[in-house]
Design a protein around this ligand. Structure first.
Ligand code: AMP
Length: 285
């Protein structure tokens, strides 16, 4: 996937696009299926693709993209690649980019497309050298330009757009904690949002850490109320158009989260026609 690295450097567009495309795209049955039947629930549970799943998760900060993308990645056997994680890894290094990134991220702004392409290319290249194929992208693309470049170089099969009411998003971001040792995410917020203006009420139990993580919890520097509000504003301005980009391609699956993980996970699997995926997979193994 050296090809991908070069592809994602936007200045080198045409030939690099070709190289990237060669490295990534072999059409799956799933692509044509969602394009021709996008008004219906897609069926991804028939495992006949000639390459692995290439999915994207969209949604506002705090909606749970990381949680559900990571669970699906385990289920489907494809890597979960979160550009926010790549940015945080770079931030925690003493590399030259670190200081520059901290200012941007801690203000809730977006990092430049060039930096993101570079980080993502390196991650994909490292994955390819370990034999990875396919991906679930989380937090990318976040601008129309990112979506257009991704589109030039490979075929995305499905885009899942997770949705949650805004007051709950803010509470979730403020309750988010990460174990500084193992990197796992938790949430200490106990959410009980009232029904109002025709919206149903919503409860979410906290996702508490096991005892060995409890004393090592940290809060992301960009999970303060002020920065979360700015991230939501930036999402609405820059990233919401990406939803329309994929809607126009017939690849967007909207999913309103009905509550926390216990309520939402089975419903998400059902919406993806993956509720019996594990059973089918073990039957053919
Ligand atoms: P996240 O963990 O997805 O909320 O990302 C954390 C931060 O990393 C964001 O607020 C941005 O500053 C930066 N970031 C992550 N992904 C992207 C992207 N695709 N484009 C630009 N900035 C990004």
């Amino acid at each position: 996937m050296a090809a991908l690295t070069r592809l994602l450097k936007p200045s080198s567009s045409a030939s690099t696009s070709l190289l990237f495309r060669r490295s990534l795209s072999t059409t799956t049955a799933a692509v044509s299926e969602i394009q021709s039947q996008h008004h219906q629930s897609p069926n991804f549970s028939d495992p006949k693709p000639s390459r692995n799943f290439q999915w994207v998760f969209l949604g506002c900060p705090g909606v749970g993209k990381g949680t559900y993308a990571s669970r699906l990645s385990n289920l489907l056997g494809v890597p979960h690649i979160a550009t926010g994680d790549l940015v945080r890894e770079e931030l925690s290094s003493s590399g030259p980019l670190s200081r520059q990134l901290a200012d941007i991220v801690n203000q809730g702004k977006l990092v430049s497309d060039e930096i993101i392409f570079d980080l993502l290319s390196k991650r994909l290249e490292a994955g390819e050298s370990k034999g990875e194929s396919g991906f679930i992208l989380d937090g990318f693309p976040r601008t129309i330009r990112q979506a257009e470049i991704l589109d030039e170089v490979t075929e995305i099969d499905l885009v899942v757009n997770l949705k949650l009411r805004e007051d709950v998003l803010v509470e979730k971001c403020l309750g988010r904690r990460i174990c500084s040792q193992c990197g796992k995410g938790f949430n200490v917020a106990s959410i009980n949002a009232k029904a109002e203006n025709g919206r149903p009420g919503m409860s979410m139990a906290p996702l508490l850490p096991p005892p060995h993580c409890a004393s090592k919890l940290i809060t992301r520097a960009d999970d303060t109320e002020q920065v979360v509000q700015e991230r939501l504003r930036v999402y609405n301005e820059k990233s919401q158009p990406v939803e329309d980009f994929y809607k126009n391609q017939g690849k967007l699956m909207e999913f309103d989260l009905p509550g926390g993980i216990p309520e939402s996970w089975p419903k998400l699997l059902e919406a993806l026609n993956l509720d019996d995926y594990e059973v089918k997979r073990s039957a053919v193994a």
